[in-house]
Design a protein around this ligand. Structure first.
Ligand code: MTE
Length: 301
């Protein structure tokens, strides 16, 4: 497909520890760093793409339908029935319907994508997802020209989800993207991690992953996708519009009203468990900045 993104973020790009340290020294070095950059010696990009291990990725989670502690999703999400699984795709599409997950999988191309994940709470991970481009699914159903946004909804099944008896958020969990964000080749529906079926606590059988946005945009266990011409409501924006905007692009310069977003800390990692500077668009600036050209990123946070 013409739009397919060349997945350059592979294992081979994992930054060697020494290069990572050097870059941090350059950043800390200020004027000296500028001098290096002027001489063309500073690398343009040295992202930490060292994947977290399976244990970290699958036992430290946010999935409030199963509770608000980081260990709750792993403890309780096993109760969620994921077969059969139907995704309703409706709204401004040529072929609306209830699509069976196994049928979707047969028609999609599964790839590995090693992505950085940055939670609004300031922890981060690197996850080797398996999944398909959301654009391919949207192409399959045919997006009508009047569509401008995509709305997503998570399963709501109270007898399998102990967390939903608490009105932390207004269930079901909902999210939304602008159509161009949804069609961007970095945007995937993840169905696996480390080549294995995605565990329930991470959003089985398929969850959205939008790596340049705060993690809460990456809605789990999706049962409905609706194409619309209106900006869809989103779970955390309904909870507090001042704190959680519709766009939610990772941005070290726009603080959460209750905390700074300038730094983050990677989950696990022993020696690496230090605060590191948060990167604009979570390190995907080259790929996605053009989507927001001319927009006020404070107003549209
Ligand atoms: N999706 C649903 N349905 N419910 C949730 O509570 N939490 C979000 C997001 N998707 C959440 C969700 C948040 S805050 C984050 S940081 C990521 O999922 C965490 O994904 P992970 O547990 O796979 O790391």
């Amino acid at each position: 497909m013409a739009h397919r993104w060349k997945p350059d973020l592979t294992q081979d790009d994992v930054t060697p520890y020494r290069a990572f340290l050097n870059r941090r020294q350059i950043v800390a070095g200020g004027v000296a760093g500028l001098g290096l950059a002027a001489m063309g010696a500073a690398p343009a990009r040295a992202l930490d793409l060292e994947p977290n291990d399976w244990e970290e990725i699958t036992s430290y989670n946010n999935f409030y339908e199963f509770g608000t502690d980081k260990g709750d999703p792993k403890r309780h999400a096993g109760k969620m029935t994921t077969t059969p699984w139907t995704v309703r795709i409706d709204g401004m599409v040529d072929r609306p319907g209830d699509y069976d997950f196994t049928d979707i999988m047969e028609r999609m191309t599964i790839e590995e994508r090693i992505y950085r994940l940055r939670c609004v709470e300031r922890w981060s991970m690197v996850v080797p997802w398996n999944g398909f481009e959301l654009a391919d699914l949207l192409d399959m159903v045919g997006v009508r020209p009047e569509a401008r946004y995509v709305a997503f909804e998570t399963l709501l099944r109270p007898d399998e989800m102990p967390g939903v008896r608490y009105n932390v958020i207004d269930w079901p969990y909902v999210e939304g993207l602008r159509l161009d964000e949804a069609m961007h080749p970095l945007t995937i529906m993840a169905t696996g991690i480390y080549g294995k079926t995605i565990p329930n606590q991470n959003g089985a059988p398929m969850r959205l992953v939008v790596p340049w946005k705060y993690g809460y945009k990456s809605i789990k266990s999706v049962v409905r996708i609706t194409l619309t011409d209106k900006q869809p409501p989103t779970a955390w924006n309904k909870y507090s519009a001042r704190e959680y905007g519709f766009y939610s692009n990772v941005n070290p310069n726009v603080d959460h009203p209750r905390w700074s977003q300038a730094f983050e800390q990677k989950v696990g990692g022993g020696l690496f468990a230090q605060r590191v500077p948060t990167l604009m668009f979570n390190g995907y600036e080259d790929e996605v900045a053009s989507l927001y050209a001319g927009m006020d990123l404070v107003k549209y946070h």
